[in-house]
Design a binder for this molecule. Sequence first.
Ligand SMILES: [Fe+2]
Length: 402
Amino acid sequence: MTALMADYRTTRARSMEWVAALSAEDCCAQSMPDASPAKWHLAHTTWFFETFVLEAHEVGFQPFHPALKVIFNSYYNQVGDKHPRAQRGLLTRPSLGEVKEYRANVDARMVRLMESTQLPDALQDLIALGLHHEQQHQELLITDIKHLFSYSPLYPSYFTPVAGPTIQTPPRPAPTWLPLDAGVAQIGHAGDGFFFDNERPHHSVFVQACALRSHLVSNAEYLAFVQDGGYANPAHWLSEGWEWCRQHARLAPLYWKQVADTWMEFTLQGLQPLRLQDPVIHVSYFEADAFARWAGARLPTEAEWELGVSRYAEGGAQGLVQLFDAAWQWTQSSYAAYPGFRPATGAVGEYNGKFMVNQYVLRGGSSATPAGHSRKTYRNFFPAGACWQFSGIRLARDGVCA
Ligand SMILES: [Fe+2]
């Protein structure tokens, strides 16, 4: 079996493992326009392979069902019509069973294609893109299920210890500040291995002297911000952030809930007492920025973050922790093209480039990120108000701090 075939089988199987504990009703519901039903994630990731790989490369291609090309198209305008995003939860048909049949059908055809001939490099790259795309949707599936379950008074538990995301144990020792010298440095993907187009070209940046905090902001630290009236003091907030708090009646992170005198948090294991030592998660850019101001710090740029990883997490110089396995880390960098960026031609070129407006870059990875999916050059991105993702806070400071 080739490495690509092995990756295909592993990745596709993981999606099914991660929905194994869910009912058909769980898989159909949609909690908000930004979230998608689990069933839709299962079908859309299959649609990607059928549309971009099989339709172009399978001899005698016939669609599994012609209507699926529209129903499970997410945002690819060059492919054609799309089912309205906010109405994905109304798709009681195809059923979950039919979606599983769709997956099995496409998997069998993909395996036949991969076994039939020596695949050109470009086709192998396209299949690899489809697998990394599915890994992205695996994390989205978890974030969307968590958001859906948060509406249930039963506070359901998703967590399945064998197949699901892991709960992190906080690292030790105590947080420190790690200095970065001023100077020209290189960021962006270089060399071998998979990368998304937005990670290139590798290029030069100038970074001012600054320091990154070794650890993410903890729930205990964020609770101190809440209890200090952080949400009631406009001095900490960007104007849009202040309005966002009013609009959403936000007084604490998304899944925090005060029961009597106890702070609780809705988790993948249901409603639990707030674990003070864990990193705060599910904060928006607005909240991360406000906390940083309150703490006398700021959010790092994505270049600072990447250089910090190069210096303090690789090559033996330890110090930067909770990088890829706790929470995605907001940066103050707007999501924009690197110098010389060119998206791929054709519909697949819509994957990243067309979203380079009104979003901020997050770096790292989370407890819901599939193993091996992220890397130090990975550029995740969401609008400033997004908080249902596993997003947290790493602080930076200007100048070299002791
Ligand atoms: Fe997608």
